[in-house]
Write a protein that binds this ligand. Structure first.
Ligand SMILES: Cc1cc2nc3c(=O)[nH]c(=O)nc-3n(C[C@H](O)[C@H](O)[C@H](O)COP(=O)(O)O)c2cc1C
Length: 167
């Protein structure tokens, strides 16, 4: 089974979630006896999802939207995404109690599920406009991603994929 984990990331936080998902999926499927090859790519580097049996696709959220390269991938590959199991995730909220606004991805009929992970803010890597936006939102530097939450989501994907292979 070939699995693609593709992420769109501006400052690296979402890419790191993708890297952990890739590693957790490899381990989880191996533990379940499923022969799987997991590829982790930036959305800019994905030619087509056609060659994969399952896809995990995620993007950072900026001003309420996914990054363009993730949106473009969906527009371009929708025909193939509709035809295989797909899990979507977003990385965004950067304040502890923040309830992320539901993106359009939460309700697309062709995805098994959409998951919202927390994000990370490190003002030292933001450009001037981004720093201004963060100041206006009173967002503090912090990492609101959760390793256990990522592992647990990967685990649920492994369970789903394993059930498909033994059916
Ligand atoms: C300028 C700016 C705008 C942002 N807008 C949103 C937003 O609308 N909703 C949200 O949940 N998070 C928002 N965030 C938080 C980012 O999604 C979060 O920092 C994410 O982890 C960034 O991922 P990346 O490092 O992969 O680019 C914003 C961050 C910045 C710097």
């Amino acid at each position: 089974m070939r699995i693609l984990v593709a992420t769109a990331s501006k400052h690296g936080a979402t890419r790191e979630i993708g890297t952990q998902l890739g590693s957790d999926l490899s381990t989880g499927l191996k533990e379940r006896g499923v022969d799987a090859e997991v590829t982790v790519l930036d959305t800019n580097d994905v030619d087509t999802v056609m060659d994969y049996d399952a896809v995990v696709l995620g993007s950072a959220i900026y001003f309420g939207r996914w990054l363009k390269s993730a949106d473009k991938l969906v527009d371009r590959e929708l025909m193939y995404l509709e035809d295989r199991p797909v899990w979507l995730f977003s990385s965004g909220p950067v304040t502890p109690g923040d309830k992320a606004e539901s993106s359009k991805w939460a309700t697309v009929p062709w995805a098994v599920e959409h998951h919202m992970f927390g994000g990370k803010i490190d003002r030292s890597v933001l450009n001037f406009a981004e720093r201004l936006a963060m100041r206006a939102l009173h967002a503090e530097d912090g990492d609101y991603r959760n390793v256990d939450e990522i592992r647990s989501w990967a685990d649920s994907i492994c369970t789903h994929l394993t059930a498909r292979t033994v059916r």
